[in-house]
Design a protein around this ligand. Sequence first.
Ligand SMILES: Nc1ncnc2c1ncn2[C@@H]1O[C@H](COP(=O)(O)OP(=O)(O)OP(=O)(O)O)[C@@H](O)[C@H]1O
Length: 260
Amino acid sequence: MRDSLVTAASHKISARHVNVFYGDKQAISDVSIDFDRDVVTALIGPSGCGKSTFLRTLNRMNDTIPSARVEGEIDLDGEDIYAPEMDVVQLRARVGMVFQKPNPFPKSIFENVAYGPRIHGLASNHAQLADIVERSLNRAGLWDEVKDRLSDSGTALSGGQQQRLCIARAIAVDPEVILMDEPCSALDPIATAKIEELIHELKGRYAIVIVTHNMQQAARVSQRTAFFHLGALVESGSTSDIFTNPRQERTKDYITGRYG
Ligand SMILES: Nc1ncnc2c1ncn2[C@@H]1O[C@H](COP(=O)(O)OP(=O)(O)OP(=O)(O)O)[C@@H](O)[C@H]1O
């Protein structure tokens, strides 16, 4: 008992027996998995298998979908994120999210990044705020491209730059986990390569969970991979094991392109 408590608390996120329903329809069945610091975990699987649904349980983004209901337990540093006393705004700062389609606010580049630190009270004056904005843009690999036009609209940037702006926005509130839902699917190969490089650099600071359709991308960016099928977690393990030596037939069929 004591050992299992220690083990659960040592993971950044521990999900246990998670079920998700949309009305009467079950989208996720009994998923248990851990996510660790300094590790990129890829969630892969055929369309509709529940990758995005499961990802959204990790920062309670499913709360925004009226028909969605989550059962089971998800702990962040050993603390149940579905407990009634959990502050969901704080939770989403600690577990940030980057979406498929870049979604900057229709505000300046500066304001896109400054907004979160301001509402979370992370800066006590403008100089501190400007410092957070510069640091976050730098870490997102965007500073050099935008430093001379911080007051331009975030929506005027290219798609790849917008996605890095969204990553800077997530980083600015000092998260512990970053969730990425197919962050490159709307980007060209050059912008995709930049995001992948960035994921590689960010890995040392955060636990990163990325949903991707692209198995080459999963193999390039992640150290752990979890394969989902029909709402269930079929298997998870080191990325090299999943791609070269999967234990389950269904995983083998998927990674060899027999379906999906
Ligand atoms: N808002 C919603 N309301 C009702 N059903 C939903 C909703 N979102 C997803 N679903 C259903 O839940 C199941 C899992 O969908 P989800 O989007 O999580 O899968 P996915 O693996 O991320 O798919 P894709 O790779 O195509 O994005 C699907 O059957 C989908 O139709």
